[in-house]
Design a protein around this ligand. Structure first.
Ligand code: MTE
Ligand code: MO
Length: 198
């Protein structure tokens, strides 16, 4: 089949059975937390197999060196969105801050209301992974994860926890919320690892 140049490039950017959207669907279970401008009851807890278990306020997060990433995201329900610019802090920065022990091989990301998702440590630390507080130059909306969300664009987007509240480093892999409910432990969109049996 013939594709024009642009189409061919896009074709190479779309994982199997995904369709590009220009909007940005909102997808989650549970309620959206509305913090408005008061983050005094918000913190990010980083613990498990680390040398320095840490609780960060949002101000402390903003005081860490900033980074940005531009990437494509792929939701397991079939939409992909290109060219998202994220600003936030790098996961490697977080790792340095707390000192990850060598026994740590996996990460559990915990969000509001006890929602969780799991990932190998190497994927969390990938240079394209970012803890983001801005998307395309704007502060995240409550629906998209305000004040802070994970973004790991190389995995299906369910691994990118919105409203992240804790990061736990572990020696063993454990299922998160969707993983317990039939989704894949890893979730590579290029291999279509949607469900546990894929
Ligand atoms: N806390 C939390 N994060 C979550 C989810 C959720 O239910 N709760 N859903 C995931 C899923 S399935 C997707 S596709 C993306 C959707 O992010 P968006 O609403 O910003 O597009 O968030 C992911 N992160
Ligand atoms: Mo999703």
């Amino acid at each position: 089949m013939y594709f024009g140049k642009e189409k061919q490039e896009n074709h190479d950017r779309i994982p199997p059975n995904q369709k590009v959207t220009t909007g940005w669907p909102v997808l989650h279970v549970g309620d959206v937390p509305y913090y408005e401008k008061d983050l005094s009851n918000w913190d990010l807890r980083i613990g498990g197999l680390v040398d320095r278990p840490t609780v960060l306020t949002f101000e402390q997060i903003l005081s860490l060196p900033e980074t940005s990433q531009v990437n494509d995201i792929h939701c397991v329900t079939g939409w992909s969105k290109f060219d998202n610019e994220w600003e936030g802090i790098s996961t490697q920065q977080v790792a340095e801050y707390v000192g990850i022990r060598k026994e740590a091989k996996f990460v559990m990301l915990e969000a509001e209301e006890g929602w969780t998702t799991n990932t190998p440590l190497a994927d969390f630390l990938k240079e394209t992974s970012i803890l983001a507080h801005k998307h395309n130059g704007e502060v995240l909306t409550p629906e998209h994860g305000y004040p802070l969300r994970m973004v790991m664009p190389h995995l299906y987007f369910w691994k990118s926890a919105k409203w992240i509240r804790a990061i736990k480093f572990r020696s063993e892999d454990q299922q998160g919320f969707w993983e317990r409910n039939g989704y894949h432990m890893y979730g590579d969109p290029w291999k279509e690892q949607r469900f546990a049996w894929d």
